[in-house]
Design a protein around this ligand. Structure first.
Ligand SMILES: C[S@@+](CC[C@H](N)C(=O)[O-])C[C@H]1O[C@@H](n2cnc3c(N)ncnc32)[C@H](O)[C@@H]1O
Length: 279
């Protein structure tokens, strides 16, 4: 509890008291769970029930006004199928229970699944036990040590970078530059908050009130939650990728003949990166 009788002596102390008041007295909630490796581990490895092994996350399809199966097929047709062949080596970062791995495994030569959750990787091992082209790796949530240099044709990650902090994304993008073959591609689904407001991300430390104010500013939405999106914009990804020598091919929020499919619910994007071919 904030002790109002203990009058702060300095401006800094006064500010700290106000912060505590905003957190404890006004919002009455704890600070928002940070988008770090520890919290991702706890949430996905320990706490989450996986009722439909990932297919329960149909909110983006509903927001697009599309049936979930059609929306899912559009992801396969737009981002996966064009990058897969019987010879290709594919790396999926954060497969969870294999919702997308299931679409990839029969369309590629080799599939490497990397997740920080041992429970998820064990689930995938059981799910894909009849396939002999899958490699399973549990990692530390930020490196791809067990993946060889210049060995991968295509990288896919959906619904995972959206929850990762900028520091972790930075490390993964550096790793992607290392493991991708020249000409290889990576399609990564990530948050797309408005860049000009990222500096106000600290508002999320002030409980539900701060999170909602920041959501309104950085996502332009009042209703709904913020999807536990990390403090990342389209430009953040462009800048980090370019820094690591990856070329940005495109950043899509909607796709389909009439842009009828998309990731608009929380303002996300799929960015496709290319390891520039040798000239
Ligand atoms: C919301 S689930 C998505 C699973 C799957 N990609 C899907 O779309 O159904 C998030 C997944 O990301 C994994 N994950 C979260 N942070 C990670 C990190 N830093 N490195 C590797 N995996 C991570 C979790 O263990 C979990 O499997």
């Amino acid at each position: 509890m904030v002790q109002w009788s203990e009058r702060p002596e300095t401006g800094v102390e006064y500010c700290l008291v106000l912060q505590a008041a905003a957190r404890l007295e006004i919002t009455g909630t704890r600070p928002r769970m940070r988008n770090n490796i520890e919290n991702n581990f706890r949430k996905w490895n320990d706490d989450y029930d996986w009722p439909k092994d990932g297919d329960e996350w149909d909110g983006q399809a509903r927001f697009s006004g599309q049936p979930y199966e059609a929306w899912k097929d559009s992801i396969v047709a737009t981002f996966l199928a064009p990058n897969l062949s019987p010879e290709s080596v594919v790396l999926e970062i954060a497969p969870g229970h294999g919702r997308w791995s299931n679409e990839i495994v029969d369309r590629c030569g080799r599939l490497i699944l990397v997740d920080l959750s041992p429970n998820c990787i064990e689930f995938c091992q059981r799910r894909f036990a009849s396939h002999d082209n899958v490699v399973y790796l549990v990692n530390d949530g930020q490196s791809l040590q067990a993946v060889a240099d210049v060995s991968v044709d295509f990288v896919w990650s959906y619904d995972a970078f959206v929850h990762m902090g900028t520091d972790v994304i930075d490390r993964y993008l550096r790793e992607l530059r290392r493991v991708l073959k020249p000409g290889g591609k990576a399609s990564i689904h990530h948050a797309g908050r408005k860049h000009g407001f990222l500096w106000l991300g600290f508002l999320r430390d002030f409980g539900a009130l701060g999170t909602n104010i920041y959501k309104a500013l950085s996502m332009g939405k009042i209703a709904d939650d913020d999807g536990w999106r990390s403090n990342v914009s389209q430009r953040t990804i462009r800048q980090l990728a370019t820094h690591h020598g990856l070329r940005v091919r495109d950043q899509l929020q909607t796709w389909g003949k009439n842009n009828e499919f998309g990731l608009e619910r929380y303002g996300d994007f799929v960015t496709t990166l290319i390891h520039p071919p040798r000239t």
